[in-house]
Design a protein around this ligand. Structure first.
Ligand code: F6P
Length: 371
């Protein structure tokens, strides 16, 4: 046990996620009230650590952010200090500048660095741990795609907003006898679309784990027509793919550790489907980042508190180099060495195409466009 901890620093990296502010608040409050630590937060992730740009985190600063989306520490999904873009003699080059980060931590008197981030951000956290920094990781992904933890804060908030979109599309689709395709984020995992689709009564759910064909979707629309439901709402996960492997990439973000951004699949599905079912008008909507913003759901507020308080417990017990997890009913932790690169080593948590939830959906007549 290391009882000499006086000051901790937080940073948030990667895309934001509902619940980050609530975790910042939980860590700050627990650190100050229970353990008597001083707390600072580097702004814009590792870039702030490099530039030594931070704010003091006080009780006053965090009191009201218990339900606020986003992160008061701001975030960057590009700034990896182990491969950082710097200008040398007028030329931009990539360099390992992590020593600058380590020096700044020393200069600022920081005993522990708490990193809230996804795969890329936590890879750097592990690398700082390898350099001897006391690091604690707190996972961040609304996509719910980390196998090391049963649930991550943000997922419930994200799919709840997605559900509201599907709910609303159902009523307007019904009025016009239309087919409406709604694209939802989630990257290469179908959790958000599966949950929002089921909760919002979508008749078709397209997810990355189950390739689909337009013919099978058209079959479902025709089946609903015959049953007296001449409208259909389709939940489309942004990373879903056609049976021939076609996916839709919206943008390549240079310098991002994971440069592919999906976007536009629902619009393509709508175009292709309209040709297959000329008796229906097919429209698409893409709420995009809207499901990431705004207030967070009460359950995520509780989850955020649990992740934040557990992070402080790990600090108190000197359990550095670990990431907080939820396993079953219990808060727990796993070594960063073990968990890093989950997406790359096939440990990403995916929807099981033959699992209970997909079988339940199929039993309820939901089509995944696969049959
Ligand atoms: O991982 C969270 C997430 O919102 C994904 O669902 C989505 O694919 C991606 O981030 C979008 O990233 P960006 O904010 O860079 O567009």
């Amino acid at each position: 046990m290391d009882k000499k901890i006086k000051k901790i620093a937080l940073l948030t990296g990667g895309g934001d996620c509902p619940g980050l502010n609530a975790v910042i608040r939980a860590i700050t409050k627990t650190a100050i009230l229970k353990y008597g630590y001083e707390v600072i937060g580097y702004v814009f992730g590792y870039r702030g650590l490099y530039n030594n740009d931070y704010i003091e985190l006080t009780l006053d600063k965090v009191e009201d952010i218990y339900k606020e989306g986003g992160t008061i520490l701001y975030s960057s999904n590009k700034d990896n200090l182990f491969d950082y873009l710097v200008e040398e003699n007028g030329v931009k080059v990539k360099k390992d500048v992590s020593d600058v980060g380590v020096e700044n931590l020393k200069k600022d008197g920081v005993d522990v660095l708490v990193v809230l981030g996804g795969d890329g951000t936590l890879t750097s956290a592990r690398d700082f741990a390898r350099k001897g920094v006391n690091v604690i990781g707190v996972p961040k992904t609304m996509d719910n795609d980390l196998s090391a933890t049963d649930l991550t804060y943000g997922f419930i908030s994200a799919f709840s907003v997605g559900t509201e979109f599907i709910d609303r599309l159902n009523t307007t689709a019904k009025s016009h006898h239309r087919v409406m395709c709604c694209e939802l984020m989630g990257r290469d995992a179908g959790w958000i679309s599966l949950y929002a689709g089921l909760a919002g009564n979508a008749s078709v759910v397209l997810i990355p784990e189950i390739p689909f064909t337009i013919e099978n979707i058209a079959k479902k629309v025709a089946e609903r027509d015959a049953q007296g439901y001449p409208y259909t709402v389709i939940a489309v996960a942004e990373g879903a793919k056609y049976a021939d492997g076609t996916k839709v990439i919206g943008k390549i973000v240079e310098d991002s550790p994971d440069p592919i951004r999906y976007s536009g699949l629902a619009a393509k599905v709508a175009d292709d489907l309209e040709k297959a079912i000329p008796n229906h008008e097919v429209r698409s909507v893409n709420p995009g980042h809207i499901i990431r913003g705004g207030d967070i759901q009460p359950y995520d507020r509780i989850l955020s508190i649990r992740f934040g308080v557990k992070a402080c417990e790990l600090i108190d017990e000197g359990l550095f180099g670990n990431m907080v997890t939820l396993k079953g009913e219990e808060m727990s932790y796993v070594s960063l060495e073990e968990v890093i690169g989950q997406a790359k080593v096939g440990k990403q948590k995916h929807v099981d195409p033959n699992g209970e939830l997909v079988r339940a959906a199929k039993a309820m007549g939901v089509s995944f466009g696969d049959e």
